[in-house]
Design a protein around this ligand. Structure first.
Ligand code: TXD
Length: 319
């Protein structure tokens, strides 16, 4: 049986980390694509040379030619520019929308049957634009944001509760970052919801509220520290979890930006909801009942995403 083929469109900080994780986990052969000449080729060769030490047998190739992504099973897209201090994710829209057009055309021409995972920011708008430009079916594309936001939430909760991260689950909805909606009633330690943990004296409402706020601005906190770019280890790890669930038909239930066609009362919008990712791509949208507060937060998130789409259409009338 031929190995899976994973195409990474963008060989920057996240792209290089994606390649490293995909190779170390032997998810399949890796093609690193970028417009920067030398970067994908250099990173692919360097990673290949780590193979004998790490013990992985996969082929890694760097390229500036879209033809080399032909037949990819998965395409993970990080092409574009990241934030610098003082920039919002939305400030990236003008530049990265043009990048999504080029990437979408590359995927359409060479890997139309791939499962596409978009990471480029502003994520909720870029995944929609990439779908428009690439023409892939709605169930074969989603955006990585919620897995990262919930990972940040889970890390802070595990620290607060002094328990293993393995036993902390987090439920986030909505747009990436500032407008994300953590649903504390569905976030648990070993199945015990956070409100019950507060009643059990494990924490206080104030501390949990502060954790929610820190999670929502988690990306900006790292941009402020790094100064030269944004987070890349946790984003790459999150993208790989989604790719692995597709390639191995794990049917994981993960928060991702997916196409809604009426679920949550939302039609024709990509926004963060829990989905089931298996060999069929986005196999199911998980629709949970929301209380008034969560419903209001989710609606605010959807409104913010729709505003970004208006901005996209103003820039590119073909959308
Ligand atoms: O949760 C999330 N979705 C976010 C996403 C988490 C963190 C970062 N997020 C976004 O991912 C970030 O705001 C950026 O939009 C992307 C990629 O971030 P990264 O840190 O990897 O940026 P780099 O290191 O600048 O890499 C981007 C690469 C770089 O090598 C460019 O040469 C390349 O993209 N690039 C292109 N490749 C192909 N085609 C085109 N047109 C192109 N333009 C730039």
């Amino acid at each position: 049986m031929a190995r899976n083929k994973i195409a990474l469109i963008g060989a920057g900080m996240i792209g290089g980390t994606l390649a490293h994780l995909a190779a170390a986990k032997e998810l399949g052969d890796v093609v690193l694509f970028d417009i920067a000449e030398g970067t994908p080729q250099g990173k692919a060769l360097d990673l290949a040379q780590s193979g004998p030490v790490e013990g992985f047998d996969v082929n890694l190739k760097g390229t500036n030619d879209y033809a080399d992504i032909a037949g990819a099973d998965v395409c993970i897209v990080t092409a574009g520019v990241p934030r610098k201090p003082g920039m919002s994710r939305d400030d990236l829209l003008g530049i990265n929308l043009k990048v999504m057009k080029a990437v979408g055309e590359g995927i359409k021409a060479h890997a139309p049957n791939a499962f596409v995972i978009c990471i480029t920011n502003p994520l909720d708008a870029m995944v929609w634009a990439l779908r428009e430009f690439s023409g892939v079916p709605h169930h074969m594309i989603c955006g990585m944001a919620g897995v990262l936001d919930s990972a940040r939430f889970r890390h802070f909760l595990a620290e607060e509760f002094q328990v293993s991260v393995k036993d902390v689950t987090a439920f986030v909805l909505g747009g990436h970052g500032d407008t994300m909606v953590p649903v504390v009633e569905y976030s648990t330690v070993a199945g015990i919801p956070i409100p019950d943990l507060i009643k059990m004296g494990w924490s206080t409402q104030e501390k949990i509220d502060a954790i929610v706020a820190r999670t929502a601005s988690g990306g900006g906190e790292i941009v402020g520290l790094l100064k030269t770019g944004s987070a890349f280890y946790a984003p790459a790890t999150s993208g790989i979890a989604m790719a692995e669930s597709y390639l191995k038909d794990f049917k994981r239930v993960l928060p991702c930006a997916a196409h809604l066609s009426g679920q949550y009362g939302v039609d024709d919008l990509y926004v963060g909801v829990p989905i089931v990712i298996g060999a069929g791509g986005v196999e199911r949208i998980v629709e949970i009942p929301l209380d008034a507060k969560a419903k209001a937060g989710f609606q605010k998130s959807c409104d913010a995403v729709r505003e970004l789409l208006v901005a996209c259409k103003a820039i590119d009338p073909s959308l």
